[in-house]
Design a protein around this ligand. Sequence first.
Ligand SMILES: NC(=O)c1ccc[n+]([C@@H]2O[C@H](COP(=O)([O-])OP(=O)(O)OC[C@H]3O[C@@H](n4cnc5c(N)ncnc54)[C@H](O)[C@@H]3O)[C@@H](O)[C@H]2O)c1
Length: 270
Amino acid sequence: MAYNLLKGKKGIIFGALDEFSIAWKTAERVHEEGGTFVLTNAPIAMRMGKINELAEKTGSVIIPADATSEEDLDALVAQAMETLGGKLDFVLHSIGMSINVRKGRSYTDQKYDFTTKGWDVSALSFHKVMQSLYKADAMNPWGSIVALTYMAAQRTFPDYNDMADNKAYLESVARSFGYFFGKEKKVRVNTISQSPTPTTAGKGVKGFDGFIAYAEKMSPLGNATALECANYTVSLFSDLTRKVTMQNLFHDGGFSSTGVSQEVIDGFTE
Ligand SMILES: NC(=O)c1ccc[n+]([C@@H]2O[C@H](COP(=O)([O-])OP(=O)(O)OC[C@H]3O[C@@H](n4cnc5c(N)ncnc54)[C@H](O)[C@@H]3O)[C@@H](O)[C@H]2O)c1
């Protein structure tokens, strides 16, 4: 169902790789709600070509940018404002990648070059995106910036590896930059802490299938899907949440507040 919640709003959506991506679903929902946007992803991700389908479907322009490159980000912000005809109202940072995870290195056997690169892509990039927006004065008052995170920032999930530390950093950046963006520009900054979701990044985590099934049984409302995450993001981009800022918002069917569920107890009872 569409409510025209984002009518006339303009923005940038980072991280739509394929139709499973949380950013892909968000782009579709933002489009349905009347928002217009530029799609962006790392130049290397463009080669897969899928993003063109999304651009066509949503009437969007694609501007490649490596989210670790200040130069790319400054160019992206300038071009996005030019393409969309003015300042921006929303930005989605939906980017994550751990080379240690990809290469099968455990948390206790990290290659620190990989750690540094993963941190740059997954965490520092959020600061870089916001600094580009801030310096260019690219956000309209009452705009909204959202990044996606995971609860491993607060509690240990061993196979989430160095991404746990990256997410803790990301969430801290949201609070710190949220202060300055709030004070100076009346812009809100939040992170959404999403349930495990079967995407390319999600499935890269070791033991993902067992883990998502466990989370489903532990969540009173069940795991939140990518589409449900998109809907939540739309609400945060809308004018209905103007005073929500500097928050880490759990979107996980209640997982983060549940100690144990009956289904999990039953699994241990003969
Ligand atoms: N899938 C899950 O279980 C889950 C749960 C909680 C949070 N998240 C977070 O959601 C966000 C989106 O991930 P997803 O699950 O949709 O997976 P995804 O693999 O579809 O998206 C990750 C995106 O990051 C992009 N990216 C990687 N390096 C980049 C760079 N240098 N510059 C620009 N973009 C780059 C990729 O191209 C890809 O589009 C991530 O922050 C992820 O950590 C995912």
